[in-house]
Ligand binder design. Sequence first.
Ligand code: ASP
Length: 330
Amino acid sequence: MSSVHLIATGGTIAMAKDPAAGGAVLSLGGSDLASALRSLALPIVPALTSEEYGPLPSCQFTVDHLWGLRQRVVECLAQTRAHDSDGIQGIVITHGTDTLEETAYLLDLTVPSSTPIVVTGAMRVASDPGYDGYANLIAAVRVAASAEAENLGTLVVLNDEIHSARDVTKTHSQSLDTFQSPSWGPIGRVEAERVVFTRRVQRQVLECPSLEPGVLLVKLAVGMDAGILRLAVSNGARGVVIEAFGGGRVPPWWLDPIRQAVSSGVAVAITSRCAAGSLGDPYRYTGAYKDLVEAGCLIANGLNGQKARIKLMAALGASCDPVTVRLLFG
Ligand code: ASP
């Protein structure tokens, strides 16, 4: 009999108020979440199995912890292939919302499986009357059990919306509809028992044996000094992602530090600090997009800064050779 497998990693979805602690703390494990779903008497999937990974609030994840979760997902999928008739139909990961998009994108980028992987979380703790955890979990399980979710990579399901891991981001610090795909919108919805996809997404899979942790993310702001980039290079960073202005522009005084970083072997990737839209511009003034391309920067089109960092960590984890890194980065 096939099943959906739940990996519980912590986060608000697993938290409830503890008066003694003076606030919400981790209190629901994977088996609690799974048995709550069963007792909600929803015959959503033939079976629901569960395990714990961590658990931690997602702002406390380290790169090793993140990679370990990726490895655990790969192991679960390998067991599925070994016992085909008894296999896992889909995987659901419950996760803190703060870094959920990074985990989802890492899985999307590095797990070459057709089995649906769905990441979900909650914005309200389990002791709150408006707790959104079970609704999100039920929707996530429905998507993971859906044949139509196969070959779509990793999906993020919250608030009845289905988002691709590549496009989705947490946009609001408090709101239930915080997860949005600002450039392209959701790829589907969960409507009661129906899972409806309105478009399919193409994903890139990058084979890598580990993540390179030495990658920094720098966001530009008006008039900002480039000292932070020089410092990153002198501290031994292997890669730096710059969230540049608009379609990919930096102040003129950033160009030389960028060229020096690239020529000293540091991979510099450009993304936009805008919430949506692609990279590229028509300008020929100093520091505009063409200068960054000529300086040898990698272009992280369609990825926000935190996901461009995941991709650069994966590409640098796969190779030390700048030409290969450029090819992998795409
Ligand atoms: N603090 C939480 C986390 O682990 C926030 C959440 O889950 O919504 O990311």
